[in-house]
Design a protein around this ligand. Sequence first.
Ligand code: PEP
Ligand code: MN
Length: 266
Amino acid sequence: MKLDLKIQPLNSWMKINHEPLLIAGPCSAETEEQLLATAHLLAKTGKVSVLRAGIWKPRTRPGEFEGIGSIGLEWLKRAKAETGLPTAVEVANAKHVEEALNAGVDILWIGARSTVNPFTVQEIADALKGVDVPVMVKNPVNPDLSLWIGALERINAAGITKLAAIHRGFSSFEKSAFRNEPHWDLAISLKTLAPELPMINDPSHICGNRELIPYIAQKALDMDMQGLMIESHIDPSVAWTDAKQQLTPSALSELMDHLTQRKPEV
Ligand code: PEP
Ligand code: MN
């Protein structure tokens, strides 16, 4: 059975500067200088279509950097004005949605720790009613396809048709080379249930370390996913979050040169 989602094709709401679609930027906006410097280098590659940055960071355990907060929206606005790149941020409640929209953020995404909670997703959906903004929904942290589908349905029912799924892998108790198990089977199931739903792969959070990113990114493209979201930081070694998995803009550019994307059959 197919899901009953109303979806607009990705290329009708996303300006794709370079194939494959790449959404890139730091895990966290840390300082204005770090965000702007990273954004400029990413824009210079010509391979990035959207600048991402987390400003409200849902950390699994307390005591770590929880995001720079609303001030980061001003930095994103400046990055967009200076580079021309549209921006994307994670939202985890209605206040985030309101602030991000007021600041002119172009795309919102729901993080893996929010997708697990139907109350949170519904709160975000309610805040989106009557708003025309693209939303991307990451899979939940745990390997539960229904939660992912339910979150997409709630956002779609709020009237959001510029909708995409982000496959970022699933946590597991088992020891693994990956930070989050890809469980490609779950991504394929969603693709089968909703063939019109764009799916973007996030190799950064699947891998947890930069060495594995080329392998996962290529595999995602081989599976006909429509794009990649990859974390990039001007100096990953000093990143405040996810230091091991971020790539410099130049390493990211080189990676993109080595990936191959199948052309759709005609
Ligand atoms: C992120 O994109 O930086 C993030 C926190 O991702 P996830 O929700 O996939 O853990
Ligand atoms: Mn991250």
